[in-house]
Structures are given as structure tokens and as C-alpha cells.
Design a protein around this ligand. Structure first.
Ligand SMILES: [Ca+2]
Length: 258
């Protein structure tokens, strides 16, 4: 693994949809060119303010489209680049114990800690076949990754349930993501398979089973050395056990055929 998250570039993703499902598409600018192609040097001209919306006619007799553009962060180095970040933790500056609505819409800024948003995650990951890369760095500087060759999440009606397969990587021999079909839960929406409320206990929104081996949206505990296990810390169980002193986490998407 190269040293990661130091040479990211700004990009955008755009989502366009009309009243007919057939018009829906999603674009991910991060995967549109290699760093050598120069596309990312020119992309600043296309940067859009977050949450910009505009109307556009898409043709005779068709309803107008809505374009939704938002800045995303692109990782153009790790494993060939082309990755669009959908989650990042690196300093604990952003509170991840948020509501269903906040996880749906996303929070934080693209250049800092953030969650892109479950609505965007769904639209992007179902627009074509996507891979998911999870990058982790612990407090001692060890880096590891988990790669899922195929990843998508369902729509809100299915509580943004998770679907991941084709697991590989160095962050544990067993996947720390819960099994496919697991629904997303937040502190105000309990969709887990526990009589408890995992999202409240684990202090973050995530795909909890009962409650499961991972939570990258848990509490960011700084510091090194031996610390007592905190149930609500960032967790990627099959790499570092129940409580990870992470200095960095990132989740990123790239078309599977990139
Ligand atoms: Ca429950």
C-alpha cells in the first residue's frame, strides 16, 4: 500500500434524474481519467458549490431534470486511483452520532471528515457496478485495507441495506462488514437485529446486525498506547479487535471495471 490520502484532488459527482427512472444516471468524476490525463487539472472549472440544484430540459416532451452536484474528494493514488471518497475520519473534528436524516443527506465537508450521504451512496452505487475500498490507519501508523469487488446499497425503502461481495485485503482475513442485506441504523432509527439499539450503543450510524463486527462511524478516540476498550469506538473487528485507535479511516468507491 502506498502512503494514502495525501494527494487527493477535488472532483465532483453529479446526479441527474427525471420523472422516469430510465433517465436516471450518476456520474463520478474521480474515475473519468488518470492523473496523467490532465482532466483533474481542468476540473476546477466544473466545481460546483455543495447542494447546487438547477433545472434542465432533457428533450421533447420530457420533464425537466434536476442536476445535483456536490464536491467530492478523489483519491488518485491508492491502488491505481480513481476513487471517490464517501467517508473519511482523520482528526475527530466531526460528530458522527447523527440522525437518519443527516446520514441520508450527508454531513461534513469533502475536504475534511465527512459522510457523503446514504441517498447519494445509493444512487451512485446502483448506477453501475462499483467496488468499495476501506482504508484504515491505526495509532501506531499501521495501514491496512479491505476491498469489496462489488458493492451497493439499496434505497431508503429498504433502509439503505448493504450488499458487498468479492472480499479481499489486509485488514483481516474475514470481512468486518456485516452480511449482505443488513440495514442501516441511526440513533433515531433502529433497523438492527438486536433487542438493543446498536446505533445508540455504538454512537454512530452504520449497518448493524446484533451489533456486528464493524462501525467506522463510531467515536474517534485520539491517543496511542494501551487504552481500555470502548464499545463505541471506531471498529473493524477482524483487523484490530473490538476497539480501534484509528488515526484515519476512509471508504471510497470506484467503478468495478476501472
Ligand atoms: Ca434493535
Amino acid at each position: 500500500m502506498p502512503s494514502t490520502l495525501v494527494s487527493q484532488r477535488r472532483g465532483i459527482y453529479g446526479l441527474a434524474w427525471g420523472r422516469g427512472a430510465h433517465t436516471e444516471r450518476a456520474e463520478n468524476e474521480c474515475s473519468k481519467g488518470s492523473p496523467e490525463s490532465g482532466i483533474f487539472r481542468n476540473i476546477s472549472g466544473h466545481l460546483a458549490p455543495a447542494h447546487r440544484m438547477e433545472s434542465r430540459q432533457i428533450g421533447d416532451g420530457m420533464s425537466s431534470n434536476v442536476i445535483f452536484s456536490e464536491e467530492v474528494w478523489c483519491d488518485m493514488e491508492t491502488m491505481g486511483g480513481g476513487w471517490m471518497l464517501v467517508q473519511k475520519r482523520h482528526n475527530g473534528s466531526v460528530d458522527f452520532h447523527r440522525t437518519w436524516r443527516e446520514y441520508k443527506q450527508g454531513f461534513g465537508g469533502a475536504s475534511g471528515e465527512h459522510w457523503l450521504g446514504n441517498s447519494a451512496l445509493h444512487r451512485i452505487s446502483t448506477s453501475r457496478d462499483y467496488s468499495l475500498l476501506v482504508l484504515l490507519r491505526d495509532a501506531d501508523g499501521n495501514e491496512a485495507h479491505s476491498l469489496y469487488a462489488h458493492f451497493h446499497i439499496s434505497d431508503e425503502d429498504k433502509n439503505y441495506s448493504l450488499h458487498a461481495r468479492g472480499f479481499s485485503g489486509t485488514a483481516g482475513k474475514t470481512s468486518s462488514l456485516t452480511r449482505s442485506g443488513t440495514m442501516f441504523s441511526t440513533k433515531d432509527r433502529d433497523n438492527d437485529f438486536c433487542s438493543c439499539k446498536c446505533a445508540q450503543m455504538a454512537s454512530g450510524g452504520w449497518w448493524f446486525e446484533a451489533c456486528g463486527p464493524s462501525n467506522l462511524n463510531g467515536v474517534y478516540y485520539p491517543g496511542t498506547g494501551v487504552s481500555k476498550v470502548a464499545y463505541n469506538s471506531i471498529k473493524w473487528y477482524y483487523w484490530k479487535g473490538p476497539s480501534l485507535r484509528a488515526t484515519m479511516t476512509a471508504m471510497m468507491l470506484r467503478p468495478a471495471d476501472f
